[in-house]
Design a protein around this ligand. Structure first.
Ligand code: CO
Length: 470
């Protein structure tokens, strides 16, 4: 090993986004982040993943915070580190496809407010759904990373991943991420995948996996040996469980090897010291369920993301049908097959989960289909790796004609109307985007913000509450 050429591994620290999204339902407020930003900036991480994903929704819905303001504060506090966000392709940071003009404007404003790297994915891996955001990101001259939602199934052969990696390179991306949101990757298979992708493309490979099943640090190590360039980790108090391998453990493990990250563990330890009391507070106030910190092999057995399991439990609880949990769990892979064996990630994970619940509770499959299932079968979310189940499609959409083009080609521009709708509340350009994504929640937040400005106690304001998506 010693004679080998040095190839330092780059670290993406996820504490400000995925780590708390995975462990405490994205509830870390900006005020907890601010005091530690200068230390995080000092470390020399390849990037800080700090925005996008569910943070946008959570800021508005649960924390009464302006997500754009958060981004600007992080940018100010971390002038030397690249800031990274997670972007759901045509679904932006929401749960449905938006028109191109909204997608383009969102990318532009994200970069304007401080984002350097945009990680873009589609829940069906339909690359057509990435076209607009990727083009917009290239135009804004930021680093464009396309993430492939990792999943298993007969359609997902090494050839499939290799072809997709090549196609990503051809789209003009700067790097590829293997996005294993469910924590399904296991060490040797992951290494093979990295090797295959490296063969298919010259782009740097970033591996993003979750600790859920307990395999993730082994998986990352094998991926590094197989040539992965970047790995995603979380500072130890918010690592493991449904989050990522710990940053310190990976840094120490790679020390003095050809992959040495060069990061200062003493500095990382100081950052861990800062977050530990907050983690303990989250356990005390119930935000962090200690169960989430352990490993749960169910995710490998059922091939279902951990977050989706807890979502199903709460849906069934609302229906007073908790005893049907295992029936629903058995129905999930069937629905997934009917829907073209799609990966299970926002929003497909919610669509498949809710339909599985419906199929079990109604006692007849697809007797009732959710609006989202209908839209999926109509092709409105794009193309899955396999064709949809024709029989199911007929039952749900009848004679309606499914679309086969890029779904957003059928969407009329939305911005102009949205601007009119919120004219009375607008305080900054970005407000129209906030409203575009979450109209009701945004309006509630705008009213809260106004109340704050006029001196009315904002805590008296009843903000919108809703079920929290995976
Ligand atoms: Co993740």
């Amino acid at each position: 090993m010693q004679e080998k050429e040095k190839k330092p591994v780059k670290i993406v620290e996820t504490i400000l986004r995925d780590a708390h999204q995975s462990l405490i339902a994205t509830r870390m407020p900006t005020e907890v982040m601010l005091p530690i930003l200068s230390k995080l900036d000092e470390v020399g991480f390849y990037a800080l993943e700090c925005w996008g994903g569910a943070t946008f929704d959570a800021c508005l819905r649960f924390l009464n915070e302006d997500p754009w303001e958060r981004l600007r504060k992080i940018r100010k506090g971390c002038p030397n580190t690249k800031l990274q966000m997670l972007f759901r392709g045509q679904n932006i940071l929401g749960y449905r496809p938006y028109a191109d003009d909204v997608v383009e404007y969102f990318v532009q404003k994200s970069v304007d407010n401080g984002i350097d790297i945009i990680r873009i994915f589609d829940c069906l891996n339909d690359l057509r759904n990435l076209e607009t955001s990727v083009k917009a990101a290239i135009k804004e001259k930021c680093h464009v990373q396309i993430a492939l939602s990792y999943t298993t199934g007969d359609a997902y052969t090494p050839e499939y991943w290799m072809q997709t990696a090549k196609a990503i390179e051809d789209m003009g991306a700067d790097s590829i991420c293997i996005k294993d949101m469910a924590g399904l990757l296991v060490p040797y298979k992951a290494a093979e995948l990295v090797k295959a992708m490296k063969e298919a493309s010259d782009l740097p490979i970033d591996v993003h996996t979750h600790y859920t099943s307990g395999c993730a640090s082994m998986t990352l190590l094998k991926c590094v040996e197989a040539g992965a360039d970047i790995i995603d980790t979380a500072i130890s108090p918010f690592a493991m469980g449904t989050s990522h391998p710990s940053t310190e453990a990976m840094v120490e493990s790679l020390k003095d090897s050809p992959y040495d990250t060069g990061l200062d563990v003493a500095l990382l330890a100081e950052i861990a010291d800062y977050f530990r009391p907050y983690r303990d507070e989250c356990i005390k106030n119930g935000l962090l369920n200690p169960k989430n910190l352990g490993s749960d092999i169910k995710t490998l057995v059922y091939q279902v993301p951990g977050g989706m399991l807890s979502n199903l439990t709460s849906q069934l609880k609302d229906l007073h049908a908790e005893d049907r949990f295992y029936e629903v769990l058995a129905e999930v892979p069937n629905v997934r097959k009917d829907l073209g064996e799609c990966p299970l990630v926002t929003p497909s994970s919610q669509i498949v989960g809710s339909q599985a619940v419906m199929n079990v509770i109604q006692g007849e499959r697809y007797k009732v289909a959710t609006k989202e299932t209908r839209d999926m079968l109509l092709g409105k979310y794009g193309r899955a790796v396999k064709p949809f189940n024709e029989e199911v499609r007929k039952k749900v959409i009848g004679n309606e004609k499914p679309i086969t083009c890029r779904p957003a080609d059928l969407l009329e521009p939305e911005l102009e109307k949205l601007e009119k709708d919120i004219a009375a509340f607008k305080q900054q350009d970005e407000d129209v985007l906030t409203y575009a994504l979450f109209p009701q929640v945004a309006l509630a937040f705008f009213k809260y913000r106004e109340a704050q400005n006029t001196g009315i106690d904002p805590d008296l304001f009843d903000s919108v509450n809703g079920a929290y998506p995976v």
